[in-house]
Design a protein. Structure first.
Length: 357
């Protein structure tokens, strides 16, 4: 199957799961929380009726589940005999709270929207999977950037619910140092603009431009930008086009909430609770998760069955965005998924229990 035919076939099923009177960690409630999602493939159940082939894929800050239909991701993973072949796997791609077509401040509540955290987002994901899709087991939870952090929380809060976890482009600890400072700049660029009007602006405040500029720097890497814009004029045109496109789709309240949601994230104290195998992947040119800090290497010692892979800078890597360039890490990902499937199907030795369910 050619890439174009594969991508044309990957429309999947889209729907919205609603939760009545969803209560957030802040104590606030939303009468109706909408979670938009897309699924690819079909669930397969074993003799006991347990789903065996479901994979939950979680997006990053400001993204949506549709980003995982891009050729860079889907073209490497979803096709025949690829690691997440949609003929044999059931893929779940949600838009998380505050993102995409799910409930978010720009729907109308603006700054009166409940102040959600990553814990709220994971709780809603779990209810989508179990109550909305009636999936009682996940082969894999994987996520990029913010979704990477969600994957760590899934591994701790639901340790027996999945066979494996692949967090891409994050660290399993509280956000501090330059990472937190950059996020604080984004929030202050929006809140500090008089045109923000405590979230009740009539048009997007100018501070949104500054916030997007910080976001651009956070996610970028010198090599791909030099290739894409090797002259003065092309560099000027590149950033102007990027800002124009992002401003057309961005909302200041949505962006502020998205970055504020990470404020209390810190899975580091409970890493020892994780029982599923973990393959954590970062890239060496990631400004948000710089390898010289060696944070992930140190914390992985607390994970019972964990491996950390640092992807070297190359023609394939794209800074923080390497998380969606599957060709850069597929060589590690494919054997990991295959090992989960072999472990799941292996018969139990005499006198010993079977694989963990």
């Amino acid at each position: 199957m050619t890439l174009l035919l594969l991508l044309a076939a990957l429309q999947g099923d889209t729907a919205t799961f609603t939760i009545a009177d969803f209560r957030f960690a802040s104590g606030e409630t939303l009468p109706v929380l909408r979670l938009h999602y897309r699924t690819l493939g079909r669930p397969e159940r074993d003799a006991r009726g347990i789903v065996r082939n479901a994979v939950l894929i979680l997006h990053g800050t400001g993204g949506s589940g549709s980003q995982f239909l891009s050729p860079l991701f889907a073209g490497e993973l979803y096709g025949p005999r690829q690691p997440l072949d949609t003929a044999t796997h059931y893929l779940i791609l949600p838009d998380n709270i505050g993102h995409g077509a799910s409930s978010k401040p720009s729907d109308g509540l603006k700054a009166r929207f409940p102040h959600y955290t990553y814990a709220d987002m994971v709780a809603a994901q779990y209810r989508l999977v179990t109550e909305g899709l009636h999936v009682d087991r996940l082969l894999l939870v994987m996520g990029t950037s913010m979704g990477c952090m969600h994957a760590w929380l899934w591994a701790e809060r639901h340790p027996d619910f999945m066979d494996g976890v692949v967090p891409l482009a994050c660290a399993p600890t509280q956000i501090a140092g330059r990472n937190r400072m950059m996020r604080g700049m984004i929030i202050e660029d929006i809140r500090g603009d008089p045109e923000w009007r405590a979230g009740d602006y009539l048009q997007q405040p100018r501070g949104l431009v500054a916030a997007l500029q910080i976001l651009f720097l956070m996610g970028s890497s010198p090599l791909p930008l030099q290739r894409a814009a090797p002259t003065r004029d092309s560099a000027d045109a590149y950033i102007a086009r990027w800002l124009h496109d992002r401003l057309a789709a961005a909302d200041a309240n949505d962006m502020l909430y998205q970055f504020a949601a990470s404020r209390d994230y810190d899975p580091s104290p409970d890493l020892g609770r994780i029982t599923a195998p973990v393959l954590a992947i970062n890239s060496a040119d990631d400004l948000i998760n710089p390898p010289e800090l060696e944070i992930v290497q140190r914390l992985m010692r607390s994970v019972k069955s964990g491996r950390f892979v640092l992807i070297p800078t190359s023609e394939l890597t794209r800074g923080h965005g390497t998380h969606t360039v599957a060709a850069a890490w597929k060589q590690y990902f494919a054997p990991f998924v295959a090992s989960l499937e072999r472990s799941r199907e292996a018969p139990a030795p005499p006198g010993r229990p079977g694989p963990r369910r």
